[in-house]
Design a binder for this molecule. Structure first.
Ligand code: SF4
Length: 450
């Protein structure tokens, strides 16, 4: 057993990481599905979209060959409408709410139709929005992820000059660095960020981390308002013996490497255990398999009934040949010469429901041992607690605390997205950015910040 790279041929990598949801091949194919839409009054699909995209309207516009209008409808509510069409768990959002489900017929493929319009707009660089002339106000945004750039786009359209401080060398946040490459490619993410900033008035300064290259005090002094959208990103540790051994890696770091290097450069084990069953765990497990791991086992301490991922995500893992080990919780990593060789797990049973409403895992006292050479930790992400505490931002265990107007305890400092809610979907972050922008516009209008 060994952790090595170059396991597959270039063709195999290409095939394994190609788009899992292929787009419509022809305009007619899109029309057929668009024409099935019932254009419901008070559409439940729109109600279940966190950004409230007017779905029947954009689908109707496709049926009348008004693709530009369709893209405008989508982007007016969600400037990340292209990326969201690829990564949103639509089975529990818009498509899950489509009335066709009640008739036990296939839901309208809303995401595929949304992708149809938005990809055209991005590829052909359609200019769908105009920025108002500058009104002489400046806002700093920390984080060029979905929350930050969604906020930036709304503000810039209103004539605010926006500067975004991003700690990475590319924008897009977790969309760019934390999602399986077969769902959304790094190249698309880059094009999407460029499309958003092509509006003008948005200057992204890369490799600028809050608390390192730039401080909150400087931002407050130099700008009329500040929006914090720096997300979460620290991997939750397992806190078990052997965790620091060679061969134990964080899922987000593993995915980050896949998205920022060539596939052939990424080392992966023969036998891999992935700890956790959220979207990041599924993305890590399936990509480990697609990089050529012989055996991937997802270890989860509860049962399928309590899983945090969706059925669709679990199906991807199953179809990729990942094993599932239910009711097992990592207890110790054992190694030979400092390298992982076994994962010892406690065998669990289910007790009473916990605060999440799901039955809680209870240690039975028995153990089982997996022969592995790589362990990927995907037990969740934790907020940047030290960062917010150092900057004296009110927080709850590292999550930035805001009022109903997106305002923090600091005058002129607003926040939203994952750094506030602890980590939700991309589409939730986009809406948070819009809410933050609305609050900032109101603040700038009612406060003399000159
Ligand atoms: Fe169309 Fe389904 Fe939405 Fe109704 S619920 S408007 S049928 S997509």
């Amino acid at each position: 057993m060994a952790i090595i790279n170059h396991r597959l041929t270039a063709e195999q990598y290409e095939q394994n990481f190609s788009d899992i949801h292929p787009p419509f091949e022809t305009h007619n194919a899109a029309l057929v599905d668009a024409n099935r839409c019932l254009f419901c009054y008070d559409a439940p699909c729109t109600k279940s979209c966190p950004t409230s995209i007017n779905i029947p309207k954009f689908i109707k516009q496709i049926t009348t060959d008004n693709i530009k209008g369709s893209a405008h409808t989508i982007f007016s509510s969600n400037i990340f409408g292209g990326g969201c069409s690829k990564v949103c768990p639509v089975e529990k959002l818009c498509e899950g709410a489509c009335v066709y489900n009640l008739m036990e017929e296939e839901a309208i493929p809303i995401a595929k139709l949304q992708r149809y319009s938005t990809e055209k707009a991005i590829a052909q660089k359609w200019k769908l929005f105009e920025r108002k002339p500058s009104i002489g106000k400046k806002v700093a945004i920390v984080g060029a992820g979905p929350a930050g750039l969604s906020c930036a786009h709304v503000l810039s359209r209103e004539g605010i000059d926006v500067t975004v401080y991003e700690k990475e060398s590319k924008g897009g946040g977790l969309m760019t660095y934390g999602i399986a490459a077969y769902k959304v490619t790094p190249q698309f993410c880059e094009e999407e960020v460029n499309y958003i900033t092509s509006l003008g008035g948005i200057d992204i300064k890369y490799n600028q981390a809050l608390g390192e290259q730039v401080t909150l005090d400087e931002l407050r002094q130099n700008y009329d308002a500040v929006y914090l959208g720096f997300g979460v990103g620290l991997a939750r540790q397992l806190e078990i013996p052997g965790e620091n051994m060679e061969g134990v890696v964080d899922a987000l770091q593993f995915i980050y490497n896949i998205r920022s290097k060539q596939y052939k450069e990424i080392p992966v084990g023969d036998k891999v255990a992935v700890i956790g069953l959220g979207m990041t765990a599924i993305d890590a497990a399936t990509q480990a398999k697609r990089l050529g791991a012989k055996e991937v086992t997802i270890v989860y301490r509860r049962t399928e009934a309590e899983k945090p991922c969706t059925d669709v995500e679990l199906d991807i893992a199953k179809l990729d040949g990942c094993n599932l080990l239910w009711l097992a919780s990592p207890k110790e990593v054992i190694g030979k010469e400092g390298k992982v060789s076994q994962l010892v797990c406690s065998v669990m049973s289910l007790g009473e429901p916990d605060a999440s409403g799901r039955r809680s895992p209870i240690d039975t006292g028995n153990t089982l041992t997996l022969e592995v050479d790589m362990v990927i930790k995907a037990a969740g992400q934790i907020p940047f607690e030290q960062l917010v505490t150092t900057h004296q931002i009110n927080n709850n265990k590292g999550r930035v605390t805001i009022d109903s107007n997106c305002a923090t305890n600091m005058e002129g400092v607003f926040a939203g997205g994952d750094c506030v809610n602890g980590g939700k979907e991309v589409v939730d972050a986009v809406q948070a950015g819009k809410d933050g922008a609305a609050a900032i516009l109101e603040y700038l209008a009612t406060n003399n910040t000159n």
